[in-house]
Design a protein around this ligand. Structure first.
Ligand code: XLS
Ligand code: CA
Ligand code: CA
Length: 445
């Protein structure tokens, strides 16, 4: 183990060595087969495109408990009685893990880095003041950076009716007080982004909800958060993470298109971009690539929460991503959008309840990073060496000249279309050739 790994004295993953790249022929699940951070892909090292991050909450707080059963996961870093010591142990475990994995970033909620005391905001602030400098030391010693921070404004019972969309002003103010601390921590730790996921910003019943007012309050909350962060030196990006439902029946940040409309309506474009989570895309009835493309087309593709849902289950299962075909399509969109500026690929994914060996967490991340890398290598081949870009362009060739071009340039009226329609007779539509496109993708993955 390198001396860079810990400030604390303990080793939490004693049987795991730093993960190395061993190449596609390796059968070692604790080695990368595709993810070689230094390998240049689409003109830039893979590591710079990916900007992988580890999620504190699933990896170091999630204990495997579910509504039907008690925790299953051994997490020795949660044993200390003193909350600050417990938080430091957790930080030691997290940084040992992230460093051995070779991920450059991590992400957290305020309540992940230190446990929230019962009620007092002042006491929570004292605890935050104890752990944030420790995290800064861990970052400086390891070189691991903060991709984004966020506030957990949804778990505590006080937020059962929402945070910034709560019908009671006192709760909204409490949420704002906590938000300020999370922004301060993100700034102190040099976070490149700040995420707003609208945990309970939505409703369970319209009968008791003034949706218009709640959305306006939400926009106001984002606006003053942005103003505060900017005034205090935050130069990163704010990310909104869409999700259609869960925990509320209907969340205001339903999907990428809804969020883009919201940002435009409340004049928040410019400071905000989108954090697209794969499993949230499928919950919204879309695909992960769809949500990426909608964001990219609006110039708002900020960051990614990497995971996958389950085709059979209609909830947020947050499994590790493994499908290289889906990820090749995703990476084609990310490459064409020019990548992330302040964002990255954060594994908002959890190992299953019955995955209880310490190495399971490593295997899951290694496979997830490899799946993205394999998708990226395929995407490069598809974009630079396959028939697909040309085929797709040719599909729209009738808009490149003549009447089609005039139409795109706003030069034709409905009467013009009527005249053209009469002049051209019946048309035989061209095949969309979807299976051909799919077979080409398959050839490159
Ligand atoms: C929950 C969300 C959450 C955000 C951060 O479904 O994915 O974890 O990413 O608050
Ligand atoms: Ca997420
Ligand atoms: Ca999720």
């Amino acid at each position: 183990m390198s001396t860079k790994l810990t400030l604390g004295s303990k080793t939490w993953f004693p049987n795991i060595d730093p993960i190395a790249y061993e190449g596609p022929d390796s059968t070692n699940p604790l080695a990368f087969r595709h993810y070689d951070a230094a390998r240049v892909v689409m003109g830039k090292p893979l590591g710079e495109w990916m900007r992988f991050a580890v999620a504190y909450w699933h990896s170091f707080c999630g204990n495997g408990g579910d509504p039907f059963g008690a925790p299953t996961r051994p997490m020795p870093w949660t044993d200390a009685v003193d909350p600050v010591q417990r938080a430091k142990d957790k930080a030691d475990a997290a940084f040992e893990f992230i460093t051995k994995l070779g991920a450059p970033y991590y992400c957290f909620h305020d309540t992940d880095i230190i446990d929230e005391p019962g009620t007092s905001l002042a006491e929570f602030e004292q605890r935050m003041a104890a752990i944030v400098p420790y995290l800064k030391e861990k970052q400086d010693a390891s070189g691991v950076k903060l991709l984004w921070g966020t506030a957990n404004l949804f778990s505590n019972p006080r937020f059962m009716n929402g945070a910034s969309t709560n019908p009671e002003f006192a709760i909204l103010a409490r949420a704002g007080g906590q938000l300020k601390g999370a922004i301060d921590a993100t700034i102190a730790l040099g976070g490149e982004g700040y995420v707003f996921w609208g945990g309970r910003e939505g409703y369970l019943s319209l009968l008791n909800t003034d949706m218009k007012r709640e959305r306006e309050h939400f926009a106001r909350f984002l606006t003053i958060a942005r103003d505060y962060a900017r005034a205090n030196g935050f130069q990163g990006k704010f990310f909104i993470e869409p999700k259609p439902c869960e925990p509320t029946k209907h969340q205001y940040d339903f999907d990428a298109a809804t969020v883009i409309g919201f940002l435009r309506e409340f004049d928040l474009l410019g400071d905000f971009a989108l954090n697209i989570e794969a499993n949230h895309a499928t919950l919204a009835g879309h695909t992960f690539p769809h949500e990426l493309q909608v964001s990219a087309d609006a110039g708002l593709l900020g960051s990614v929460d990497a995971n996958r849902g389950d085709v059979q289950n209609g909830w947020d299962t947050d499994q590790f991503p493994v499908d290289p075909i889906e990820l090749a399509e995703a990476m084609m969109i990310i490459f064409q959008a020019g990548g992330f500026s302040n964002g990255g690929i954060n594994f908002d994914a959890k190992i299953r309840r019955n995955s209880t060996d310490p190495e399971d967490l490593f295997i899951a991340h290694v496979a997830g990073m490899d799946a993205f890398a394999r998708g990226a290598l395929a995407a490069e081949k598809i974009l630079t060496g396959s028939e697909i870009p040309g085929m797709r362009k040719a599909r729209y060739a009738s808009f490149d000249s003549g009447d089609g071009k005039a139409y795109e340039e706003c030069g034709l009226s409905l009467e013009d279309l009527h005249k053209i329609a009469h002049g051209q007779g019946e048309i035989t539509p061209a095949s969309g050739r979807q299976e051909l496109y799919e077979s080409i993708v398959l050839r490159h993955v």
